[in-house]
Design a binder for this molecule. Sequence first.
Ligand SMILES: C[S@@+](CC[C@H](N)C(=O)[O-])C[C@H]1O[C@@H](n2cnc3c(N)ncnc32)[C@H](O)[C@@H]1O
Length: 214
Amino acid sequence: MTDALDKTALEAAYARWAPIYDYTFDAVMAPGRRAAVAAAEHCGPRILDVGAGTGLEFPLFAPSSNVTAVDLSEIMLRRARDRVLQKQLRAINGVLVMDALRLAFADGTFDATLAPYVITVVPDPEATLDEMWRVTRPGGELVLVNHIGAEAGLLASFERWLARHAPNLGWRPDFPWARIGGWIERKPGARLLERRALQPLGLFSLVRIGKGEA
Ligand SMILES: C[S@@+](CC[C@H](N)C(=O)[O-])C[C@H]1O[C@@H](n2cnc3c(N)ncnc32)[C@H](O)[C@@H]1O
């Protein structure tokens, strides 16, 4: 697959989205955020939120969690930091500008790494999964929520057409399951624990990947 989503296009796209992001993407994607946060917290308190954006998932974490949040976009993160201050969110311990492709954490730092609505966005999804894997402890989980592209029919044709606008949108509408499934097959010790369609309308899916010993 050719990847039109590079770092520059993404930073520009999310600088445009930032002022209206919460109005557009709060309610419709809330069930996925809730499911992802619950799955991550089930693994333990040390959680990395990759691609946290404006931090819409932050209020969903229990105060006893210990969450570090990272994102490429400083403009999105400014809103995330305001949210932490305004709502006094005790779970959020760090909000850092960082590229998911180069996470500045030691191996096995987190009980779970969480990426809500991110893996179809990042320039290199497989390398991002590699980094999330590295910083997750053995026995922990990678938790993703995303729209997985349709495999056939009208919706698949529409998504392929929409994919031409990926650099402006800031995500890939036609992201095939094979990219995640193939990564799991190739990664020693990785196991698909759950793939579940979520409301509304099954548009988004929760994916949990278990990290066994390599
Ligand atoms: C669709 S938003 C999701 C934000 C948030 N998780 C939510 O549920 O609303 C995708 C986010 O991924 C971030 N992102 C894209 N590429 C990234 C990268 N390489 N490293 C870190 N964050 C990245 C974007 O800046 C954007 O804030």
